[in-house]
Write a protein that binds this ligand. Structure first.
Ligand SMILES: [Zn+2]
Length: 140
């Protein structure tokens, strides 16, 4: 492959020999070569960007195949990891981990959806049991 320096050497020889037309042709080739190098750099950048996006999409597809619904949440088939919010994944393809349950009910930190991870019916709001006073006679 001809390099920019090769063209410069040829241009110098032509200039010394007084071949002005040929010298100008070489200058034109140098410009074309620079433009092509610019285009190649842009294409390389686009290719890398496309590969990154492709990898992300592939990971999402693999993740979708790897998730199974169980007990009102998603769990990974491959390693049992979970639970993940079904609403967040179905709507935004995000795996949001549902924190440890509180008496069978957990809340997604992102969408605030309530879950019954024991597999029971999903309730819209968790209500804590009423706290009974230890000493009702004196109001404590
Ligand atoms: Zn969520």
């Amino acid at each position: 492959m001809i390099t920019f320096n090769d063209l410069k050497k040829i241009a110098d020889v032509l200039k010394k020999a007084g071949k002005i037309n040929e010298f100008n042709q070489i200058l034109g080739l140098q410009e074309q070569l620079l433009n092509m190098q610019d285009q190649m750099a842009k294409l390389k950048q686009e290719k890398e960007e496309t590969q990154r996006k492709n990898k992300k999409l592939e990971e999402k597809l693999n993740l979708k195949d790897d998730l199974e619904p169980r007990n009102n949440a998603y769990w990974r088939k491959s390693n049992g990891d979970g639970p993940f919010c079904t609403k967040c994944f179905d709507e935004n393809a995000k795996t949001i981990r549902i924190p440890a349950e509180k008496k069978g009910y957990s809340v997604c930190p992102k969408c605030k959806n309530n879950f019954n991870l024991t597999g029971g019916e999903v309730v819209s709001e968790y209500v804590d049991e009423e706290v009974k006073p230890l000493y009702p006679e004196i109001g404590l």
